[in-house]
Design a protein around this ligand. Sequence first.
Ligand code: V47
Ligand code: SF4
Length: 374
Amino acid sequence: MSSTIFPLFNQSVISPELLRIAGKVASGERISAEEGILLFREGPLPYLAVLADHVRHRINGKQVFFNRNIHLEPTNICVNHCAFCSYRRRKGEEGCWEFGIDELAQMAASHAISGITEIHLVGGVHPDRDVHFYADLIRAIKAIVPDVQIKAFTAVEIDAMCQFANMEIREGLSLLKEAGLVSLPGGGAEIFDETLRAKICPDKTGSQEWLNIHRTAHQLGIPTNSTMLYGLIEDYAHRIDHLSRLRALQDETGGFNAFIPLKFRHYNNRFSHIEEQTTVEDLKNYAVSRIFLDNIPHLKAYWPMIGKQVAQLSLAFGVDDLDGTIDDTTRIYSMAGSEEQSPAATTGQLKEMIIGAGFIPVERDTLYNVLRSD
Ligand code: V47
Ligand code: SF4
């Protein structure tokens, strides 16, 4: 089967086990956790590229999505102490910021002229800001830019802001939705394995609770994204465990729009001694994620974190979404040492990246409705 669908594979270069997995992928059959681990350990990069491209083609054809967006980061003051974070500051510490509602609404207004369709709103867990503050913030932004969609707050922020207001998650999410929230970003997932989580982000929302918050959002009709922070202290089995938990929740709710692998960047944090992953490992991670997550429609390469060149290359490894124009509005990755120190891209540049890699650019909104296609 696999040798007819993938005629370039032959038994002399690919092991029988990998050929068998290729057959499963070719016929749209789901692969198991053990097979996912084997792909990571033994799958040659060109073989993974062909399989991942097959899956992306089944789901998205030759389309690659992008959007016009900015990030708003209300504060980098945070009560948590994630060891990989280069961004967080204590209240009053040099380099901390906390913008008020009017300032943030003005920032949104100043970017609206460029035709953005999305504001990605995330920050640290500020001890004095509860869900009422953030609902007011969304209302203030929507009053100024009513047509812009708001994708806001990681499950970690939602967890804390609801606790600070003594409110159940379901109630808090409903309040934010009424204020104008349309989607949740995928941050805060890190790595789900509880032993590793205790080492890298001990005081953060736990894995089960992260999944529960996304489940509740999906039940309320709020689609969400998902992420995995990789390249820290995990092994391949931990990554597949993480992907398995996301795949199971997606089977249950269908509420995830996208999966975004986040490569650990090591500048200026407590894990600086850990070498960053190579580009080959990054590409392998995209490909195995695409093959394994057969039920999450979009795989996103977030170029401010990985750089434009690797993001373009990733399109040959199952990626179908490059995120957006950003307009130099996020600091999370520049502070952690990304090569994109002032991340900004025009729609022309994003389209060139996509066309240059042999795909069709499609401008989308936050919910993946098609706005323009060449
Ligand atoms: O949860 C923090 C990660 C995440 C580092 O949903 C780091 O569209 C690598 O989730 N090295 C927040 N990663 C960002 C995020 C995100 C980004 C872009 C798009 C979307 C989306 C979501 O950033 C955190 C954490 O996993 N992170 N520090 C670091 N040093
Ligand atoms: Fe706070 Fe997020 Fe940094 Fe963790 S990653 S310390 S939750 S800002």
